[in-house]
Design a protein around this ligand. Sequence first.
Ligand SMILES: *[C@@H]1O[C@H](CO)[C@@H](O)[C@H](O)[C@H]1NC(C)=O
Ligand SMILES: *[C@@H]1O[C@H](CO)[C@@H](O)[C@H](O)[C@H]1NC(C)=O
Ligand SMILES: *[C@@H]1O[C@H](CO)[C@@H](O)[C@H](O)[C@H]1NC(C)=O
Length: 853
Amino acid sequence: MQKMSGCSCKMHLFIPLILGVTLCPVRHAVDFDSIPRRTVPVHDLLDYKQFTHTVYNYTTFWLEEELGVLYVGARGAIFALNMSDISDSSIKVIQWEAVPAKRSDCLDKRGHTEMDCFNYIRFLKRFNGTHLYTCGTYAFHPHCAYIEIENFTLSSTFEGKEKCPYDPTIGYTGLIVDNKIYTATLYGFHGGLADIKRNFQQRSFRMDDSLPYSLNDANFVDSVLVTESVNSTLGDDDKIYFFFTEKLGEETAYNGKPLITRVARVCKSDEGGMRTLQRKWTSFLKTRVVCSIPEYGFYFNILKSIYVLDQGSWQSTIFYGVFISQWQNVQMSAVCQYTIADVRKTFEGPFKEDQESPHRWSRYTDKVPEPRPGSCITDEFRRRGFKTSHDLPDIVLDFVKKHPLMHEEVTPVGGRPVFIKKNVNYTKIVVDTITALDDKQYNVMFIGTVEGWLHKVVNTGSSVHIIEEIQIYKEPQPVESLVLSSTQGMLYIGSQSAVIQLSVASCRKYATCFDCILARDPYCGWDGEVCREIRMEKDRSQLIQDLVNGSRGCLDSGADVPLEAKSRRVQKGSDIVLQCRLSSNIAIARWKINKAELLGNGGKCYRQEDGSLVVKDVQIQDGGEYRCFAEEDGVRYAVAWYNISVTESMAASPLSPPQPQISKGREFIYLIIIAVLAAFAFVLSILSIYLFCSPSKRGNYNMRLPRSSLVELQNISGSCVGKAEEGEPGHYHGDRFLKIIPGEAASNHRTPTVELLPPPPPPPPLPLPPDLSSSSSSSDPATTITAATTPNGLPGLPHVLRKMNGNSYVLLRQASEMESTSPHYHSFTEELSKMLEKRKHAQLVEKPDESSV
Ligand SMILES: *[C@@H]1O[C@H](CO)[C@@H](O)[C@H](O)[C@H]1NC(C)=O
Ligand SMILES: *[C@@H]1O[C@H](CO)[C@@H](O)[C@H](O)[C@H]1NC(C)=O
Ligand SMILES: *[C@@H]1O[C@H](CO)[C@@H](O)[C@H](O)[C@H]1NC(C)=O
């Protein structure tokens, strides 16, 4: 795929020469669209455990690592799962459905659907040593209750309106600190006002709503306690931070009211004012959180998820935020990182002021009253006689009422996102820290998508590398909750249909040394025989890992065991496809024919697609040894080896050579496959005869494929001066076949042959610049097709195909310009998926050894 991007850029370079305009954007160090090295479909996942019950919407998680329990709030039920194995049958359930009276009341009210009127569990957290606290929407009549942990029973008294939203879809966050319940959402039947509340023993504490600008249609995402009182030289207070998006009502003049991301904070010991701000926050301040690359016009304004990485002390707290953009017409997500120090600094900086002019809010430059408004009570305050917020003078409280907004913004570490991914909508993030073999700490991000995939991403310092994309759910659905147990090395993923448990590591999936090392997975190391999870190992000295280059370590491991050759006989005149199954999306396949590198070959027309080699119109002299190598990060390893012998006639090459050891059942399956493929090939042959016989199209093998497409075939020889052009149209024989020769099955792990590259490897593919022209330059219908987006960020290719990388099949078709623009023209991609679909229906056995027609 990288080679394609290089290709497309060359194409672009031609045009400016003619037009005098630069269409090929300048490439930058920013990685806009790094490609996940591996694509792991759900059925290939190891250590995959699933929990599902008769209900839906498994969205509220509470993990108790010490008890070994994962609590899950769903629709009308709460579960206590064994966190070592969530599929373990010893689950406990609390059924908590809204009573019929409340349900019908909910349905009677305007605009509520059947779906709204359940009890969606939205809050589930530890309350004290013996109880949890939970809240549900209860058919638009919010209810909260205690859960006794020992017996897992729900208390019989309910409360709720002050702590839980009515609407199951509305933004909501909450936490419990010192038995006080902090919640932030829109309270009220019809949405109502956004508020941050604190409830303690029936007493409610809230925001001041006498002035309209504290919150503006806020959609709350997360809340965090940062224990800033610990080892504070100032005698500072703990603070609770709230992350949300809201409408920008007060700053610059945009068209409409764009959303922006904010962080707000309150002090834990805030008790409100005496006369002014009675039982209301005196410490509420908010500011803007930025995640953007202005020079590219990328503004990620909508926050989806926050993960707090607390590395031992509050001073080292890092917030990871996942953002999407309201404006980009191409789907794009970004991850930005913020330090607690940067967040604190903005709250200590200048205030903004409402000047009631067109550019209303600007920096406040007058004198700020003393003691500093919005500050927590510190030693300095206490010395001056302000022991609690009750003691604060009215002038300070009036000021904070009118100036809740800080002038400075919170900017991300490094001034820009950690990384950006095109064509994907991220939903949730967690971050794990692992000490790798080089004794350095690496942060590994696990990020869920709206399509039900998980990206595992490592920041190696010099670059950000997507180790893999993992399909979590077969049916696409958003990842709605994501919880990490660092101690167990487990991830818990929640969605509408099920809870999934996955190991953060599962190194066994890397079968060879090269796979293990090139993965650059900080959890895994090669011990000479297998890929192991490093933290399970007492003696790490024998393990190899190379996170920075991903290429060192396997060369002297004596892995020089040759691949087993596959011998195949094919008939003269056939077209054959030799598979080369690459497990990595970033590897490039290189073919050698009879030891000669396939670069250009005496007029013979070869093509490569996703690593597979297509040889057209095979002649006797084309027989011999075909070897495929994967090339990645400067190393080469053997992947497939075929010995092809070409025979003159059908009789000399039986369809399948007699294999006495084949069982009856197998034989039968083969027969079916052969029959199906024969029928298919027959249709193809008819088609090709038709096309070949049509004079205008004779010998035209230029596949009219979308230029930037991943599946663009490469014409290795540059021009196709093959036999196809020799014979006369009428003389074309109808015995042309499409022959598909499957490569090694993925399970067929062999230690690959190793070969050091003599010349330095080609430079790694440069990241794709933002495809600024993708929406405008789609005059070519084929391009439009490729611009379509897919869950895993590949243009125009269904993810099934991507996973089959190197094992996909090539349809040899001849198409003219006319065809490609006609309404009946199907894109190559479509054809390919159809073909794969057909093969699937033909019950492709696990390892079809050879399929010929
Ligand atoms: C709950 O799950 C159902 C079924 O998958 C889905 O249609 C609905 O949108 C979900 N509701 C919420 C509030 O997530
Ligand atoms: C959870 O499962 C593990 C192993 O599957 C088992 O050893 C443990 O006892 C279980 N815990 C509970 C609380 O059932
Ligand atoms: C925890 O809170 C519940 C509900 O208020 C109460 O009944 C229980 O006694 C408390 N437990 C402890 C250990 O304080």
